[in-house]
Design a protein around this ligand. Structure first.
Ligand SMILES: [Zn+2]
Length: 262
C-alpha cells in the first residue's frame, strides 16, 4: 500500500515538474523571442503601402472604389436637360425653345418654372421660412423668348447695350428661357448677397438642387457680373458635386470655354 502511494506521489511530482518546465518555455518564447525576431507589421495595409514586397493575406480588405461623378450623365446642349449650359457662346437651340411648365404658387411675381425646379423652389422657400421666420419672394422665374426680347430691350434703353450685356441676356441666350432659373427676393443688387436671405441661399440652395449661377469674380467665364439673386436649378447630385468640389461655374466644371462675350 505504502509503496504504491509513493509511486503515485512520484508520478504527481513528475507531472507538476513537466508543467513547470513547459510554462517556463512558453514564458521565454513570449517574453524573449519578440525582441530577437524582426518585428512584423501590425497591419497588411501599412506593409502593402510600404515596400510592396509583402504578400497579401486573406485579411486584406477589398478596396472600395471611390464613386466618380458621371459628367456625361445628362446633356449640356439639349434645352430640355437640367444640365443644359446656356451662355453668350451657347444659345438655346432653338432660340425660342419653350419648356414644359407649371405655375409657381409662391409670394412675389406670379409665373412658371419647369416642374422639377418649381417643386424644389417651393420646398426651399418653405424651409427658409420655417428656419428664419422670413419669407422669400420670386422676382423673375421663367421668361419666354418674347418676354426676353422686351426684357433685354428695356435694359438696353436704360443702360446702353454694353452695360445691358453684362447683366441681361439677349433673346435666345437667357437661362430664364429654360424654365430652370429664377431671380429671388431683390431688385438687381449685389448687396443681396450680404443679407440674411442671400447668405442662407448661398449656403443652402445646393440642398435643393440650385446653384448661384453667376458667382463673384467669374464674369470672364460666365459673361455676367456677380448675381447673388439668380439661382439655376441643376438637380441635387450636380449641385452637391459643384459645392463639394468648389467649382465656381458650370463652364469650369464641364470644361466649357469661357463665354465673356457674344
Ligand atoms: Zn436671372
Amino acid at each position: 500500500v505504502a509503496s504504491a502511494r509513493v509511486r503515485r506521489n512520484r508520478t504527481i511530482v513528475g507531472i507538476i515538474g513537466g508543467v513547470v518546465v513547459l510554462a517556463a518555455i512558453i514564458a521565454v518564447a513570449v517574453l524573449v523571442l519578440p525582441s530577437i525576431l524582426p518585428s512584423t507589421p501590425a497591419s497588411t495595409h501599412t506593409s502593402a503601402a510600404g515596400t510592396g514586397t509583402s504578400t497579401p493575406t486573406e485579411s486584406t480588405p477589398t478596396p472600395t472604389p471611390t464613386p466618380t461623378f458621371d459628367k456625361q450623365a445628362f446633356s449640356n446642349t439639349d434645352p430640355s436637360s437640367d444640365w443644359v449650359i446656356v451662355n453668350k457662346q451657347n444659345p438655346l437651340n432653338p432660340k425660342n425653345y419653350a419648356p414644359p411648365l407649371v405655375p409657381l404658387n409662391l409670394p412675389g411675381v406670379k409665373g412658371d418654372m419647369r416642374p422639377e425646379a418649381a417643386a424644389a423652389l417651393q420646398q426651399m422657400f418653405a424651409d427658409y421660412k420655417a428656419q428664419s421666420g422670413a419669407q422669400l419672394t420670386v422676382v423673375s422665374p421663367y421668361r419666354s423668348y418674347n418676354t426676353q426680347v422686351s426684357t433685354y430691350a428695356g435694359w438696353v434703353s436704360r443702360l446702353g447695350q454694353a452695360q445691358a450685356d453684362r447683366q441681361s441676356a439677349r433673346p435666345g441666350f437667357s437661362e430664364h428661357q429654360t424654365g430652370l432659373a429664377v431671380d429671388i427676393d431683390t431688385a438687381v443688387s449685389e448687396a443681396f448677397g450680404q443679407t440674411p436671405a442671400g447668405i442662407w441661399l448661398a449656403q443652402n440652395s445646393w440642398k435643393y438642387g440650385f446653384v448661384v449661377r453667376y458667382q463673384q469674380g467669374q464674369e470672364a467665364i460666365t459673361g455676367y457680373e456677380y448675381e447673388p439673386w439668380h439661382f439655376r436649378y441643376v438637380g441635387i447630385p450636380l449641385a452637391t458635386e459643384l459645392k463639394n468640389d468648389g467649382f465656381p461655374s458650370l463652364e469650369t466644371f464641364f470644361g466649357y470655354p469661357a463665354a465673356p462675350n457674344y
